[in-house]
Write a protein that binds this ligand. Structure first.
Ligand code: GSH
Length: 211
């Protein structure tokens, strides 16, 4: 498998964690987002959406991090990243989607660029935008994690799909100096995850393309 990745991409980080949790080897192909390599014809030919990550498997390209993780889950079920029961799976996906659909898309580079360049906002306003959506989303995630079902990890006592989303989002939040004190359950799960090699070795600073 070849993973199109960028060290700072939190969506690629999710997939790197899942691959490591399942013990699956992959060849990285680096797409430098800050240099806009994801917009170049060469990469758009791989993923027409022009977003990272993408996973090349058996000559076919998969995109969208959660679709990729679900593919890995179906083809390599052990260890599972989704609970065995339908209600549990729905809850785990709910937690993952709070990050993947309600926080992350609002803070993507192309969105920040639009706010800055097209709407003419300065760095301070862009950072305020970023921190606002982190705070809004993490408050909702915190409320969910305070509910029954959460264990050592987001759902139960084994790491799963929700943790693959939570951890990269905290790395992003820290990069933008967001206050994380109001989210004790989120941070407890983050700390538990970071004790695992699969999360630790997938982190941005440990990638070969890290700057
Ligand atoms: N929903 C997508 C999001 C992918 C995505 O937005 N990736 C970011 C990096 S984390 C990207 O390529 N952004 C490029 C841009 O915004 O210009 C997924 O989960 O894979």
């Amino acid at each position: 498998m070849k993973l199109y990745t960028y060290f700072r991409s939190s969506a690629a980080f999710r997939v790197r964690i899942a691959l490591h949790l399942k013990g699956l080897a992959y060849e990285p192909a680096f797409v430098h987002l800050a240099k806009e390599e994801h917009r170049k014809a060469e990469y758009v030919a791989v993923n027409p959406q022009g977003l990272v990550p993408a996973l090349l498997v058996d000559g076919q390209v998969l995109a969208q991090s959660l679709a990729i993780i679900e593919y890995l889950e179906e083809t390599h079920p052990r260890p599972p990243l989704l609970p065995a029961d339908a209600l549990g799976r729905a809850r785990a996906r709910n937690l993952a989607l709070i990050v993947a659909c309600e926080i992350h898309p609002l803070n993507n580079p192309r969105v920040l660029k639009y706010v800055k360049n097209t709407l003419g906002q300065g760095e301070e306003q862009v950072n305020a935008w970023y921190r606002h959506w982190i705070a809004d989303g993490l408050a909702k995630l915190e409320a969910q994690l305070q509910r029954p079902g959460t264990g050592r990890y987001s759902h139960g006592d084994a790491p799963g799909i929700a943790d693959c989303c939570l951890v990269p989002q905290i790395f992003n939040a820290r990069r933008y100096q967001c206050d994380l004190a109001p989210y004790p359950a989120v941070m407890r799960v983050f700390d538990a995850c970071m004790q695992l090699d699969a999360f630790d070795c997938a982190q941005p600073g440990k990638q070969p393309d890290a700057e």
